[in-house]
Design a protein around this ligand. Structure first.
Ligand code: MN
Length: 345
């Protein structure tokens, strides 16, 4: 398996994450999340969609002027006024998008394929002329005719786009499908290819990893996997799977993961499920006698990695499956010394 050395993670918690129904981050929430993402050493932060409102522009601008190491990018349609709004926010770059599937062209944009190519050209040219880092995103790319997709990405590359995005807008692709699609596209393209995967079938993380192995070099994530509908590829699941299962350490400060997750959960009002991989409360909790007995001696018997790696803590809890060793360990925590008979009782 071949992983790129220069993988870019661009986190969209503040944009797609905020598009979760019912979520509205305050300016302070957004700044706190952006600072923590920066401490985590995220490469790029998609800070928002400036054309949406004055308030959105203020928060994107505040993040862009926070002096973070991460590059700050903003979402725009292919309209020059959207790009101007992003420029006014002092961002480093933009993601400019247009729907490319027939269903989007016919029922949302009401334009032809050629019109979409023209919009791509205008937007990328305009943004490059203004000195921005430009990603061109084909919305609903995974339900788009592949020859047309090659044409529109080819146009973006010709206009000087810094990368092109496959947006799996409805989470519609399989790992085998993304493997095929990415391999086909990188044959013809020199420009960097990135993925924005949705989790409608629970495949966002594995689709992202499969895409990386097929030749993608950028991946979009959100903290806790929040986002439209079933959400996006979860930052913490992706990074930990890469690090632990695939042995690829990209240098992220994973000890901040739990803190980051808690901040986003609180700000979004979306609780973290107990069994959520990496950040759920039960992920490093043990109850059954056999497990606790083994974990006291060697945690890796029943843990894939130690909790401190992601800022979590191991917990031994008592319940109907507890054995003597767990009860004694718990009593010891409370500084209670009991005889063996008392322990059994
Ligand atoms: Mn999305």
């Amino acid at each position: 398996m071949k992983f790129p050395e220069d993988l870019i993670i661009y986190d969209t918690t503040l944009r797609d994450g905020e598009q979760t129904p019912g979520v509205c981050f305050s300016l302070n929430d957004k700044l706190e999340i952006a600072r923590k993402l920066d401490q985590f050493k995220i490469h790029q932060i998609e800070a928002g969609f400036p054309i949406v409102s004055q308030r959105e522009r203020e928060s994107v601008k505040a993040i862009a002027n926070e002096g973070l190491d991460a590059d700050i990018i903003a979402l725009t349609r292919t309209k020059p006024e959207d790009i101007d709004a992003a420029i006014d926010c002092d961002v480093d770059g933009i993601i400019t998008f247009v729907g490319t599937s027939d269903i989007h062209l016919d029922h949302k944009m009401h334009i032809t394929r050629q019109d979409a190519i023209n919009l791509c050209e205008t937007a990328v040219d305009y943004a490059k002329d203004h000195g921005l880092y430009v990603a061109f995103s084909a919305e609903d790319a995974t339900r788009t005719d592949i020859d047309f997709l090659k044409r529109i990405y080819g146009k973006a590359e010709e206009c000087g786009a810094d990368r092109v995005h496959i947006a799996d807008t409805t989470g519609a692709i399989t790992p085998q499908g993304i493997d095929y699609l990415v391999r086909e596209l990188v044959k013809d393209l020199n420009v960097m290819l990135a993925l924005h995967c949705h989790n409608d079938f629970g495949l966002a993380v594995i689709n992202s990893i499969t895409g990386i192995l097929a030749g993608a070099r950028g991946i979009s994530t959100t903290v806790n996997g929040i986002g439209e509908r079933a959400g996006n590829a979860s930052l913490e699941e992706l990074i930990m799977a890469l690090r632990i299962l695939y042995g690829k350490d990209y240098g992220f400060k994973t000890k901040y993961i739990k803190e980051l997750s808690d901040i986003v959960s609180k700000a979004s009002g979306l609780p973290i499920p107990y069994n959520k991989p990496v950040v759920g409360n039960n992920v490093f909790r043990h109850e059954s006698g056999i497990h606790v007995d083994a974990v006291i001696e060697e945690p890796l018997c029943y843990e894939p990695y130690v909790p401190e790696l992601v800022g979590q803590k191991r917990q031994l809890v008592l319940g109907k499956h507890s054995g003597c060793r767990a009860v004694r360990a718990k009593l010891n925590e409370c500084e209670l010394d009991v005889s063996d008979e008392e322990l059994i009782e």
